[in-house]
Design a protein around this ligand. Structure first.
Ligand SMILES: Nc1ncnc2c1ncn2[C@@H]1O[C@H](COP(=O)(O)OP(=O)(O)OP(=O)(O)O)[C@@H](O)[C@H]1O
Length: 276
């Protein structure tokens, strides 16, 4: 990717003899977001290492989407600082956005374009040369099993196809960090396996994936690094082994961390089922 190489060259030209530590993919300090009198994100700190497959997990309403929206420059924080690859997201938004890909929750696509047209349009918006867009789009459509549907309008795509074309659009400019909000939700096992293969290949080349999910088995099998969020706070972050600790599974560690471990609902819904 020329962007990365050019900026690395520029860095070296300024300080030729100073070795630089690789900055984390994402650094978040003291991040807050309130909606009215509800605090969605309560002063979180995060350091997400580069080159990892990272899961952001938490129960419904934990603040994952709000956090990812602020980290990717889509929602302005009330307070706090966010860096991606050492660059401030809110001070240097154009540069940062050229280096990231985003598959947001409730993905809105241009419904009246075909999948192929959507990629061509995205490529032009990203400033890629036409022939690069064509060859990358061909490969992505092929690998994501969308080649047969490339001329179909996006409005006629299934949920899984929409996730896959959204993923293709997010990857087209070869970002350094890819953010995915619930990428596997509503996706059948075959499409999930395809998406998974593409993401594994991508992180295998040194790029970073950050994705949110509720599905612990998936996170456990995919991620090497995990952050657990609940009620707007980070309850744990670290390698999968560190976060799992002594628990038998990530699921059990998660339930303990979010305070749902010992919950007993046996008395509730005692009217449900049985004789009428
Ligand atoms: N635009 C908004 N206006 C008001 N409240 C909001 C808004 N966006 C989020 N919230 C609230 O902030 C809290 C965190 O929501 P968020 O969507 O970030 O959680 P989440 O962890 O992504 O949840 P889920 O897993 O259910 O998608 C919730 O209580 C939600 O109702």
């Amino acid at each position: 990717m020329t962007d990365r190489t050019d900026s690395e060259k520029a860095d070296r030209a300024v300080e030729p003899d100073v070795p630089r530590a690789t900055p984390p993919a994402v650094r978040v300090e003291g991040l807050w977001k309130r909606f009215g009198d509800h605090t969605a994100v309560a002063g979180i700190d995060l350091v997400l290492p580069a080159g990892k497959f990272i899961g952001l997990v938490g129960p419904n309403g934990a603040g994952k989407t709000t956090t990812l929206s602020m980290v990717t420059g889509l929602l302005r924080p009330d307070l706090g600082r966010i860096e991606i690859g050492g660059r401030d997201v809110w001070r240097d938004p154009v540069e940062v956005k050229s280096r990231i890909g985003v598959l947001p929750e409730g993905l809105r696509l241009f419904e009246r374009l075909s999948g192929r047209e959507l990629l061509a349009y995205t490529g032009r918006l990203r400033g890629l040369p036409g022939e690069d867009v064509d060859s990358r789009a061909n490969q992505l459509l092929d690998v994501l099993d969308l080649a047969g549907a490339q001329h179909k309008l996006v409005i006629d795509y299934s949920t899984g196809m929409r996730k896959k074309i959204g993923l293709a659009a997010a990857l087209l400019h070869n970002p350094e960090v890819l953010f995915l909000d619930e990428p596997f939700e509503g996706v059948d096992p075959v499409s999930a396996q395809t998406i998974r293969g593409v993401l594994e290949r991508y992180t295998g080349s040194g790029a970073t994936v950050v994705f949110s999910s509720h599905v612990m088995e998936l996170v456990e099998s995919l991620c090497d690094w995990v952050a657990v969020m609940a009620a707007g706070t980070i309850r744990a972050q670290g390698t999968l082994a560190e976060v799992r600790g002594d628990a038998s599974s990530l699921q059990n560690a998660f339930l303990e961390l979010v305070g749902a471990g010992g919950r007993d609902d046996s008395a509730a819904l005692d009217w449900l089922g049985g004789a009428r």
